[in-house]
Design a protein around this ligand. Structure first.
Ligand code: BGC
Length: 763
């Protein structure tokens, strides 16, 4: 039976709540029928928790029940977000705290509708103290191993339910195509396909294979930020972007489409502006695309304060009330207000009474929100109890975080086989750089606090690189001198100072090897905006001073985005990218450096060399033009420090026997991969396609498939990829996805540039 028929029969009272598939819809309709306009609008309101808690001065807090009752009982507010005191809380605090909020909502309101509480647990338990923190998504994707995304999802969901939180504002599916963007580390890198594969697993890990979010170990996911958030023209957060519709479809949509197909229950809207239209006001994106075309039936929530921004920031609406009208009519179901809810509720009520926002729109939004609450099981069981989750933050979960970090670490350069370093050799090692003793630098933002500085108050949760290296090489062999340090500032991440600078350079002369730990301090969102993608000048100066000693240097990068190192990289023989590997990251890096772990991470983005060459690997042929004419020498735009998909191993892999065959509609591509070295290792076999001629300039290449395989020395495995004509399609100017006949090349290789076999194909 069509959904609309069911709904109309239900509202006429002609359908009993019996058939399981209609039971939820039926309960929703019965409840909706009883609701007043105020109660409906309350359900569409989401507030941040901070104003409702009172700090007790000893690190604890109490709930301001009078203030909360006004919001929840009087105004019917149905959702809350964020963390009390803006800092990570243990499960034993979260559980009863949300329990009390739920008690007020279910016992003291007329209809007893439970609240839905949402939190950004974006790399494990961001705001849950003692929970398992994982590498950030940018490191997770560098594993090129979907199993790690699945496991992170499962553990995050379990530990969220341990904290009585049923709704996660994750995963982040924004395309990481601009290395300047401060939220690059929150996403899955620059490739649409790679991001889709990992994104699906992260959704399924949290929601379960069947998306049964009523299960006490599952949570509802929220895909963000729909759509086209991550490529503003300035590279700065929440500034205007220009994205042609066909590019939005081709590059930005795939990961969202895949995650929606995977059953994700909710979506958060992009805070930014595309082609002069704030996405929160875009009926085309929020209704035309998301609802009508993609058929999404879940909840759409705004980002933080973004309805108000349509007035205050974007000047699209002359008043806050007009802004609410625009956003709700564009297709928003729930507003993350997050503070002035009285104004929101009053305005939306009058908009509905005046008919400016149709009642049909309000009912549709509330229906979806109630459905989500029913599906989460909140009516039957508004609370989950910490005591029922004995594996919260357990060793096995931390081990999963370590395993992901260890597989993410990417060996970018290893000239002369400087790595690995055998601890038994008794070398004297200098560990220096601002990241050597920083926990923030390993974990990034969304760690204990929004900006990530809170992790420094919990040394028990995270080892530093200096500590982990000291354990491996023996404290007597390891000297630690920062050279440069970050200022211990909470809201600014980019202030650095000399810290025994000359002493570090002197110590390098005494050492056999220098481990230089550079990169970024933690940041999040707008505070992470950059004016210069180059590594900080003081760090660059330190690198140059250390390199000038002539001692072998291992550069360990820990950074949310690829900061430019081309001023000195040629003088550094070994470079290890650790991204933001999380609290187990120091051990993972140390194990790679000592050779206990054979590195197998691959870059999920292009590591640029120059500020004016920030092209992604799937740039256009035109960007590749090179002129070797001695008089007017110029080079193309794609001249990175390291290419997409690059990553070395301590062993070597040979590719042979590549062939292409057809099976029905499928193109089958096979190759044999052999470990030709003397130690076990993992290789990420990558399949790219090149469209040689098309009616719009084709991308030079696109990743179509990949597989990570483990091989013992001498072992060979056949990797098989299957693709269809559909995989080779692209969006034309009419925004249709078309597969054009013509010549293609398939490339199999160890990176986007290290191609080991090329197979022609005609469509
Ligand atoms: C961020 C979102 C986040 C929300 C709630 C916003 O500032 O853009 O990603 O989910 O805050 O914390």
């Amino acid at each position: 039976m069509a959904k609309t028929t069911i709904l109309s029969l239900l509202s006429l009272g002609m359908l009993a709540c019996s058939a399981p598939q209609t039971e939820t819809a039926c309960r929703v309709e019965q409840l909706l029928d009883k609701m007043t306009l105020t109660e409906k609008i309350g359900q569409m309101a989401q507030l941040t928790i901070e104003p409702f808690v009172i700090a007790d001065g000893t690190g604890g807090f109490t709930l301001d029940t009078a203030l909360l009752r006004e919001a929840v009982v009087e105004y019917g507010v149905g959702s809350l977000l964020n963390v009390p005191l803006s800092e990570s809380q243990p499960a034993e605090v979260w559980g009863p705290f949300i329990g009390e909020l739920q008690r007020i909502a279910t016992d003291e309101t007329r209809l007893g509708i439970p609240l839905i509480y949402g939190v950004d647990q974006v790399h494990g338990g961001t705001y849950s103290l003692g929970s398992t923190l994982f590498p950030q998504q940018i490191a997770l994707v560098a594993t090129w191993n979907p199993a790690h995304a699945r496991r992170m999802g499962e553990i995050t969901a379990y530990e969220m339910r341990a904290c009585n939180i049923p709704w996660n504002f994750a995963p982040i599916l924004d395309l990481g195509a601009d290395p300047r963007f401060p939220r690059q580390y929150e996403g899955f890198g620059e490739d649409p396909y790679l991001g889709s594969v990992l994104g699906r697993e992260l959704v399924k890990g949290q929601e379960g294979d069947d998306n049964d979010v009523n299960h006490p170990e599952h949570v509802a996911t929220c895909l963000k930020h729909f759509l086209g958030y991550s490529v503003p023209a300035s590279g700065k957060d929440r500034t205007p972007a220009n994205i042609p519709w066909n590019a939005l479809m081709e590059y930005h949509l795939p990961a969202f489409r895949e995650a929606l197909d995977a059953g994700a229950h909710s979506v958060m809207v992009n805070s930014g502006i595309i082609d002069n239209e704030p996405v929160h006001a875009s009926r085309r994106i929020l209704t035309g695309l998301l609802r009508d075309e993609l058929g999404f039936a879940g909840v759409v929530v705004t980002d933080y304060e973004d309805l108000e921004k349509l007035h205050a920031r974007d000047r699209l609406a002359a008043t806050s009330k007009d802004a609410i009208c625009l956003g709700i009519n564009a297709g928003i179901d729930m507003a993350m207000i997050p503070i002035d809810y009285r104004g929101f509720c009053r305005d939306l009520c009058s908009l509905a009474e005046e008919g400016a926002v149709p009642m049909k729109r309000i009912d549709e939004a509330v229906r979806r929100i109630l459905k989500l609450k029913f599906e989460l099981g909140l009516f039957e069981r508004p609370n989950t109890l910490p005591a029922d989750y004995p594996r919260y933050g357990c060793k096995e979960h931390r081990q999963a975080s370590y395993a992901a970090a260890a597989e993410a670490i990417t060996l970018l350069k290893n000239d002369g086989g400087l790595l690995s370093l055998d601890p038994a050799a008794g070398r004297k090692i200098l560990v220096c750089g601002p990241n050597a003793q920083s926990r923030r630098a390993l974990c990034g933002g969304w760690t204990v606090t929004w900006q990530g500085h809170g992790i420094e108050r919990h040394p028990e949760l995270c080892k530093t690189l200096a500590e982990a290296l000291g354990e491996r090489f023996g404290r007597r062999n390891v000297e630690v001198i920062p050279g440069v340090s970050y200022d211990a500032h909470e809201s600014r991440y980019d202030t650095e100072r000399r810290d025994r600078f000359d002493e570090a350079a002197e110590a390098a002369r005494r050492a056999d090897v220098v481990v230089l730990c550079l990169g970024e301090n933690s940041y999040c969102e707008k505070p992470g905006d950059l004016n210069d993608l180059a590594l900080d000048p003081l760090q660059t100066e330190l690198a140059e001073r250390i390199a000038a000693t002539g001692k072998p240097v291992v550069l360990v990068l820990s950074e949310g985005r690829p900061r430019l190192i081309s001023k000195f990289s040629a003088k550094i023989p070994a470079i290890v990218q650790s991204y933001l590997p999380g609290p187990q990251g120091a051990d993972a890096v140390a194990d790679v450096l000592t050779g206990k772990v054979n590195p197998s991470g691959k870059l999920p983005y292009t590591y640029p060399a120059f500020p004016n060459s920030l092209a992604v690997y799937y740039h256009k042929y035109a960007d590749e033009q090179r002129n070797t004419d001695a008089t007017y020498k110029y080079e193309g735009d794609y001249n990175p420090e390291f290419v997409f998909g690059h990553g070395l191993s301590y062993t070597a892999f040979a590719y042979s026997g590549a062939k292409l065959t057809h099976e029905g509609d499928e193109i089958v591509i096979k190759a044999d991969i052999t470990n030709t070295g003397d130690r076990a290792g993992q290789e990420v076999v990558q399949l790219y396609s090149r469209d040689l001629y098309a009616s719009l300039i084709p991308d030079v290449k696109r990743l179509r498939r990949f597989e990570k395989i483990a091989l013992k020395p001498g072992q060979t495995r056949t990797v098989e990829f299957r693709i269809t004509k559909e995989d080779l399609a692209f969006y034309n100017l009419e925004n249709e996805r078309i597969a054009e006949p013509g010549e293609f090349l398939f490339e199999i290789g160890a990176s986007s540039a290290d191609i080991r076999a090329t197979l022609p194909f005609k469509l």
